[in-house]
Design a protein around this ligand. Sequence first.
Ligand SMILES: [Ca+2]
Length: 348
Amino acid sequence: MRRFAFFLALFLFIPCFAHAQVSISNGSFELGTNPAPFHITVIAPDSTTITDWFVSSGTVDYVDGSWQAADGLRSVDTCGTGPGIIQQDILTVAGHTYVLTFSLAGNPEGPPTVKDLRVSATGNPPQDYTFDLNSCSPPPCNFTNMGWVDQTYTFTATSATTTLSFEGLTQTAYGAAIDYLRITEMTPPTLSKAFGAADIPLNGSTSLSFTVNNPNTTTTLTGIGFSDTLPSGLVVSTPNGLTGSCDGGSITATAGTALVTLSGATLAANSSCNFSVNVTATTTGLMTNTTSTVSTAQGVIGSSATASLTVTAAAAVPTLTGWGIILLMFLLGFSYVYFLKRQRRSIE
Ligand SMILES: [Ca+2]
């Protein structure tokens, strides 16, 4: 019974998990009509030769055995007898940002030395890539040393289906070669903030710390920035007490102002940074402080962060005026004399 429950849970879990993952089908081109021992020139329109891929324009070469692949045995030359386009529709979520990683090389059998490739996704600007046959070590690249390099293309989906296109731009039969396509969804950075104390007295100070995290497992986020406008009654202390840093980012926290900003920070995958400044309360009350959202050069936007601080009026300390002090001294002196007189009388 317990085993049945386990398999039932697995059965229910797997479809949910699979649905959440974005993927490219046959991203390494290993499935399709066997092109051995050399290659097949695939002529558009063709949606059957390379499994789950559609050759929509021109020609491409489906290559097996004639050169080293980036992964497995097979790869694609985006120029068959001339430039071609190969594409695939993938399931996406509108508004979500994805990073496509692919291996790029060039057909070393003929000219030109520099191969051109254009990658595009529906609703996004295309991006051009080049591969130089002299980039191999030692140069030039050849069939056993193709010099595959990983490239990335970042796009934001505009609908539930996105067409990924790879277009050979080289005007010969020896074009840019592609293989080992992978895709991951890019997660926005997270921001948290905290005051050093829950409450402080009027004119008192405490720290205000910020932690930014890149939760992506493989993608570096760059151009990370946010601003934090302090609520009325709270200013950056003088001096500002800035400690920590944010991986190349510029931190602004001018003493006496109500603004803290971070811009241009870089965070490697699975890493975080932390910095703090001191703030001083100039009025009493509950201060609720919310940042802007967190922007990135990759276009993913992280949520704002909020923290609260209570500023209380300082407890009143009783004070005496000059005349009060004179009166107190007089009373103390009088008491002392009275005490001495009583003591003398008791001795007599
Ligand atoms: Ca492959």
